[in-house]
Design a protein around this ligand. Sequence first.
Ligand code: FES
Ligand code: FES
Length: 169
Amino acid sequence: MPDPSSPIPVEIPTTQVSCRVNGAEISRTVPVDTPLLAFLRDVLGLTGTKGACLEGECGSCTVLVDGVTVNSCLMLAAQANDRNITTIEGLAVGSELDVIQDSFIETGAAQCGYCTPGLIMSARALLNDQPDISEDELLTAMEGNICRCTGYASIIQAVKRAHRESQSP
Ligand code: FES
Ligand code: FES
């Protein structure tokens, strides 16, 4: 006999998510309440995007949706239907890293690395949208990306280097 104090199991309905992720057409059926972060990491195996706070506070889960940064922990996968998603795995072209990735490596700007993909995606979106952005504006616009390890000095150095490199002809 079922225990009357046990919660009644609820079956979560599913939905089909069809979108482009890093240029590849993707279609998967997932529970309707699947966050985009879980869709990317657990369904597609793209574990470069990190989830730290899962509350929209830290920016570690930042990806681009139609070129705009979103906290993928706060967006449902179902909302990604027909959209273009870019994750950290989509930045390199073949074996050539994006200039921002390269700068983070050159300046040793990652310790645990949990914040790194989000920082890089935020910087990439800003440099894409505002190629003439100043160094100070770039750093200010990235204040929503939180790092708990580095004290930011090496991150600032990496962002400044990426800014300089992207301004050079
Ligand atoms: S994990 Fe999404 S903002 Fe922190
Ligand atoms: S390197 Fe660890 S949180 Fe930034």
